[in-house]
Structure formats: C-alpha cells, structure tokens
Design a protein around this ligand. Structure first.
Ligand SMILES: Nc1ncnc2c1ncn2[C@@H]1O[C@H](COP(=O)(O)OP(=O)(O)OP(=O)(O)O)[C@@H](O)[C@H]1O
Ligand SMILES: [Mg+2]
Length: 159
C-alpha cells in the first residue's frame, strides 16, 4: 500500500535539507524524481548525497547522464534521463546496472524511464509554487517509509 506525503520548501537550502533527511529513509532504493526545468531536482539530489555522507560536490549529470559517488560501501547513482527518450538509450546508458543499488539511485526526468523501473521505487514530484522560491514535493512510497519520513521531518522542524 502506497502513501503520498507533501512537503513545502521555501528555498533551495530547505530542499537540500529535506533530501538529507530522506537519504536515511530510502536506503537501497531507487528515487524517481520528476519536475519542470529548474524545479529543484538537482538540489534535492545534493541533499541525498549529503545525507549519505558524500563529501564530493554534486553536479548535474545533464551531459554525463550518470554520475557515481561513493562513501565506503555505499554508492550514490545520480542519473539524468532528460535525453533518454527511448528504452534503447536508457539501456545503453546502463540503467539496468543501477536499479538495485547498495546505496541510492536518483533519476531526474524519471518520467522518461518509468516503464523500465521495477515496482517499489520512490517517486518524488516537485512542483513550482506561487512564490519564486517555493516548491511542493510530493513523495510517494510504501506507507511504512512515508510514515517514518514524516516523523523525521516533524522532528527536524521542531528543533
Ligand atoms: N525551494 C527551492 N528548492 C530548490 N531549488 C530552488 C528553490 N527555490 C528556488 N530554487 C532555485 O531553483 C533552481 C533549481 O535548480 P536545479 O538545478 O536544482 O533544478 P532541476 O530541476 O535539477 O533543473 P533541470 O531540469 O535543469 O535539471 C536553482 O536555481 C535554485 O536556486
Ligand atoms: Mg537537474
């Protein structure tokens, strides 16, 4: 049973902070991120990397398509599927090898490759808000993970 939780962020730091929290909830999962140009997908990915303890600066994989970061035995696979508009290009980019991560796989423009993903992936949809710096992040996953995530976010805002 899946559940969706909506989180509002007010600036890019907020989105990074959210990613940082989510990294502990979604260990060993695939996170499919959707959202318009400049929605904040890469900033969210920066947060995930920080949460995984990756010190290296995360940059957009727009041209490389896949960037790989490691921290010990944990790997962060950061893919940009913007140009992977047919299945063949996605397979050529090595998507099959990153679908069962020991760590986290995050795919930007995931709508291009959803047919290839296996069930159980986490979906994050980022919507731009009325204000220039506001975003709404819709996180959909299994109920248990979403509840755990909500608790952690709540604890974080209480501080
Ligand atoms: N609440 C917010 N969360 C994230 N980014 C924000 C927010 N408010 C403003 N921004 C700005 O929006 C832009 C988001 O850029 P980012 O590269 O993360 O988007 P993207 O969705 O990855 O874009 P692309 O489609 O080009 O990959 C940045 O310039 C960032 O400063
Ligand atoms: Mg991006």
């Amino acid at each position: 049973m899946e559940k969706t939780y909506v989180i509002a962020t007010c600036n890019e730091e907020d989105t990074i902070r959210l990613g940082k929290i989510l990294a502990s909830v979604f260990e060993d999962r695939v996170i499919a991120v959707c959202g318009d140009l400049g929605a904040g997908k890469t900033h969210f990915a920066k947060g995930i990397a920080l949460g995984m303890g990756i010190a290296k600066h995360v940059t957009s994989p727009t041209f490389s398509i896949l960037n790989i970061y490691r921290n010990g035995d944990k790997t962060f696979y950061h893919m940009d599927a913007y140009r992977l508009t047919d299945e063949e290009s996605a397979y050529n980019a090595g998507i099959e090898d990153i679908l069962q991560p020991k760590g986290i796989t995050l795919i930007e423009w995931a709508e291009n490759v959803t047919d290839i993903l296996s069930d159980g992936y986490v979906s994050v949809n980022i919507e731009k808000g009325s204000d220039e710096n506001k975003r709404l992040l819709y996180v959909t996953a299994d109920r248990q993970s979403v509840d755990r995530m909500a608790l952690l976010i709540h604890e974080d805002t209480d501080r």
